[in-house]
Ligand binder design. Structure first.
Ligand code: GN1
Ligand code: MG
Length: 360
């Protein structure tokens, strides 16, 4: 990466910033740029994975959505620079630059911390408020303005077809060692169509959604513990609120990390589910329909199953999509997800009662 080459496109003053890589996300490469010392200014520089994203379309979506949210934040008396992602435009008004080695974008850095695992329930309540508030703010956003940046992203039937294709080609000869996981996915095929069919019949609405509502995509204030901002808007596109709710539960109600090899530490925390459901439903307010509410508990199972299936598919394909940092990393990730699915299957009636109680 040639930093000088990238920065010469930007109207950012200052020279020789420090550039610190951060280990975040499985798709893009992220670095923090700090200019000067004392009253230093910070930015987030990302190399966008253009194998996964069409960068023009991606940035079109992000600019529209961040502009919309910034305006709403300002209107309610908030500080858009602090509470929303801000795309720094190049000198000629573009939202990214292309250099010889790839595509880059710069955001204003949002000072704060993010977490991989919930430590205090209160944290997760605040995360729920942030994602619920995000959904509420976007309830009147016209989702047809957005590109479907990764087509059929949470179409679980399509994910199942991808899984079957990976299994059929078995590119790395790994299928024989993961029969149990393959059977786990195959035996739950009937989950796949449950939400997509309701979206296509119109029973639940297509909305502008985040689609990657992990706890670590929320920034917290280190001192006060308040939630500052929802970040990682790469997958903001037409989708379902059920996906956003379900994905947040998938990640946040896990008592361990997404890739823990020791499954005895991986358990579904029903109390955290309750915490999140309360915070989310309160914050989303009337930005959700009864038909969507009815699917929330099941959506948590669906999104966890889908994510596990994606990890397993990538393992079968030879780890071509999710970044890995050890052997069988995607397989370990798939296993944590399947453990959580099993836990949730047992708890589904209780999860449904909890959701229903939140809407009374
Ligand atoms: C990817 O890169 P990251 O960590 O924000 C993935 C999500 C998965 C997630 C699993 C564009 O997100 O869909 O749920 O990994 N993003 C994309 O941790 O595929
Ligand atoms: Mg992401």
């Amino acid at each position: 990466m040639n930093l000088t080459e990238i920065l010469k496109n930007y109207p950012i003053d200052g020279q020789n910033p420090s550039c610190c890589p951060v280990k975040a996300g499985h798709i893009n490469d992220t670095m923090i740029l700090t200019f000067g010392c004392g009253t230093s200014e910070k930015f987030t520089l990302q190399r966008i994975n253009d194998k996964v994203f069409n960068v023009e379309k991606l940035m079109h979506n992000i600019v529209l959505v961040t502009d919309f949210i910034r305006a709403k934040t300002a209107a309610r008396g908030g500080n858009p620079d602090k509470e929303c992602l801000t795309v720094i435009k190049t000198k000629d008004g573009k939202s990214f630059v292309k250099t010889e080695d790839g595509y880059y974008r710069i955001y204003r850095y949002i000072e704060g911390v993010s977490y991989q695992v919930v430590k205090e329930p209160q944290e997760f309540y605040r995360c729920a408020q942030a994602f619920g508030g995000f959904a509420n703010a976007l309830a009147d956003f016209d989702a047809t303005q957005l590109f479907e940046i990764i087509p059929k992203f949470h179409d679980t039937e399509k994910r199942f077809r991808d899984f079957t294709a990976a299994l059929d080609s078995d590119a790395c000869g790994r299928a024989k060692d993961v029969r149990k996981e393959i059977d786990f996915v195959s035996s739950r095929k009937d989950y796949c169509g449950r939400i997509v069919s309701k979206l296509s019949s119109g029973e639940i609405p297509v909305r502008c959604t985040h689609n990657d509502t992990k706890l670590n995509n929320v920034v917290f204030d280190k001192e006060t513990g308040d939630c500052i901002a929802v970040v990682d808007l790469d997958t903001v596109m037409p989708g379902s609120l059920c996906y956003d709710f379900g994905d947040a539960i998938r990640f946040g109600c896990n008592t361990s990390t997404e890739d823990d090899k020791d499954l005895s530490r991986v358990n579904f925390d029903l109390n955290l589910f309750k915490t999140f459901a309360e915070g989310y439903l309160k914050a989303v307010g009337n930005g959700i329909t009864d038909a969507e509410v009815k699917q929330l508990a099941f959506s948590a199972i669906l999104m966890t199953y889908e994510c596990g299936m994606r990890f397993l598919t990538d393992h079968l394909n030879g780890d071509t999509y999710f970044r890995i940092s050890r052997e069988n990393h995607n397989l370990d990730r798939a296993r944590t997800q399947f453990k959580l699915v099993e836990d949730m299957e047992k708890l589904l009636p209780e999860m449904e009662k909890i959701v229903a109680a939140c809407t009374k």
